[in-house]
Design a protein around this ligand. Structure first.
Ligand code: FES
Length: 125
């Protein structure tokens, strides 16, 4: 299943080092919000660029991955929802095809500290 991100100060947690995400691939993580909720997120890496989103489809609210850590379509060019096939742009999470066209995944801002990436554990607040 998704990797567990290690806790930090409650608001911001270590997500991973970029090298923990395969280049051209994706990986899921679970953050722990301040109130104890688990927040499932995922990240996509292309070289030095990493984008991350909450793992929830805007169509029905289900997780997007079709297998653990698998969030991309077969050619790795778009994010693909496993439930009804919505297709999202990697760069901004906007849906470009499927039942929630023009809706957007919730972005997870990342902060780079040295060689590691950190993220807010409450990305929707
Ligand atoms: S739940 Fe993602 S396309 Fe329907």
């Amino acid at each position: 299943m998704s990797g567990e991100a290690s806790g930090e100060d409650g608001a911001t947690q270590r997500l991973c080092a970029p090298g923990e995400i395969p280049d051209g691939g994706s990986r899921g993580f679970t953050l722990r919000a301040a109130d104890g909720r688990e927040v499932r997120v995922f990240a996509v890496r292309r070289g030095d660029v990493v984008r991350a989103y909450v793992n929830r489809c805007p169509h029905r609210g289900t997780p997007l991955d079709w297998r653990p850590h698998e969030f991309l379509d077969p050619d790795g060019r778009h994010i693909l929802c496993a439930t009804h096939g919505a297709v999202f742009r990697i760069e901004d999470g906007v849906c470009i095809a499927g039942p929630c066209t023009f809706e957007q995944l919730t972005p997870l801002p990342l902060e780079r500290r040295g060689d590691e990436l950190f993220a807010s554990a409450d990305p929707e607040e």
